[in-house]
Design a protein around this ligand. Sequence first.
Ligand code: GLC
Length: 715
Amino acid sequence: MSGPRIEALLSQMTLSEKIGQLVMLAAGFSVTGPIIGGDASGAVREGRAGSLLNVFGPGAVRDIQRVAIEQSRLKIPLILGFDVVHGHRTVFPVPLGEAAAFDPTLWEQTARASAREAAADGVALTFAPMLDVSRDPRWGRVVEGAGEDAFVQSLFGAAKVRGFEGESLGESGTVAATVKHFVAYGAASAGRDYASTDMSERTLRETYLPPFQAAIAAGCAAVMPAFSDLSGVPMTANGPLLDGWLRGEAGFRGVVISDYNAVAELVAHGVATDLAEAAALALRAGVDIDMMSGAYEQGLPLALQRGLVTLGEIEASVRRVLELKERLGLFDDPMRGLGADGAAPLMAAHRELAREAARRSAVLLRNRGDILPLSERPQRIALIGPLADAPTDMMGSWSGAGEARDSVTVLDGLRAARPDCDIGHARGVGVDEADESGPDAALALAREADLVILAIGEARDMSGEAASRTGLDLPGDQANFARAVLDLGRPTVVLLSSGRPLAVPWLFERAGAVLATWFLGSEAGHAVADLLTGRASPSGRLPITWPRSVGQVPIFFGERPSGRPASDGHYTSKYIDLPTTPLFAFGYGLTYGRVSYSALGVEPPRPRRGDTITVAVDLFNDGEHPAEETVFLFIRKPVARVARPLLELKGFSRLSLAPGERARTVMALPVSALAFPGPDLRPAVEPGDYEILVGPSADRAQLLRQVVHVEEGGA
Ligand code: GLC
């Protein structure tokens, strides 16, 4: 129940002012939707807007907040929202890249740093983390989430919420987290953004809802519904899931903020004839704030007149919004400790964290003949390709208030790390257009070099919102350029920068080494140089299965078995033109070490409900370099009342191994974690045999396996 201050305020508010608290308008600092924001000061002064997005910086925030608290009738402070997804001024790796670190502590730290910078710029709420599990790399927004697995996405989302919100939203340096996009947005039909999604309730409960449950448990302040419909019901009007599951079963007590223009888009979805109906559907489903569609401001008064909504329903949403403003401390300090100089002074302290996060996000996929790390002797290096000196692209999509001038490019980083080397640079080709100077200069440089470093991949705007692709190839003429470089026969290291896995098996066949660098953010160049020179050992692991071809999509390790599992047999679940296996499995990633696994121990062999299973395994690094190893713990229930996935991820742990070092890592697996929705969709632990599998990736050939038998009974 809200406090006396809110009730007193509510009792003074006119209908227009009540609806105004449910309106979020876009200011013009950044464009993130189809309707361009402008000067919102009039609406703020007249109490017709209670929050804004895309405005930040001490001057602008102070000005607009003063309009609210000094010029409006009731002087209610504004919530200022912004997409602080993977950084504010200091840009960290894109989420799909940072997920490769498999480190919740790191994920929380970068969110914490981002919140400090954003809050110093006057941002009170971020539209992040994105919790959308996705198994379809054609979908552009796969870059914004933590990959294909619900367990990883849950840990990632909870860590981000903790990092953004700190101990209390009343403290300075915190921002309210708006987890998004509720729900199953990543299952867009054909991988096309905003397209319909359709799935069984079982899949929804096993894969797409758990990350939101985890974020709610971590205390997220707000939730944003997806643009998409789920089995015909647009999420912005989905009462059973918003009011039923989110506020009911999951116990969410915060604010629901629509996506950009999504309330009005209920008309385009074909479930509302006008803005009044759209507004009524959204409000009654549980959407408190209408972002930038005008439906609440224009439609709710009409909906009230038509009896489509009640004043009580409007006031319930207003209460939740005012409660969030109270939690944020806005009534006591509308400027929330706004720094005179904003975020800039905080950046220096975040540089090392950005470099560490970038190092840990890159994934070494190929390293033939240990071509990496680079030789310590001075050499001629040809650094070529369109992403070698690309400060804007290094930031990736949704780069917040990041500025390209703050990016360290690969060229910057390599020259700083190896001043003893003669490092020549030429683009040779654009990302998706020819380079004005043509490929000859780059090829000539490569021909004379001791080593070629080829920086290729996608531009940052080829993933993210409204950026789905039909193919997973190298864009433009890069494939031909790369083949021409490889034909020179010089030792070649490829830096593959992208917002999704790229299906380029030929490149992995021919290159000496391939480092997947996603979009690593402000410190990209230093981090890449640290890895190439061996100052740090690559440790990233794939948070998403890497396909051979787009024709295999969706492809993920948690698939259900078939009655005719893929094999060499004719009548089996396979393709006639490609293997069914991916190019690289979920969890795959090389280090400079050489780590082997042995002596899997699982205790007790016959656990009961309420027990915790202990899983231990020996690791040995018999390489010549240190290794940061990530050990994955999977389970499989081979027989159950409902067919279970081929593998389910239940844990992972990281450990460092010096050359020649042996270590034993131990992971705990509560029997309760074996629960899954039974035939009645209620979560339960089914007795019987469970395979416990441990190893470096979801490639079963690499997993050590033991079987435990869960007894009937127990807590
Ligand atoms: C965009 C995105 C959403 C973002 C919002 C505000 O359309 O779908 O993720 O938070 O608008 O920019």
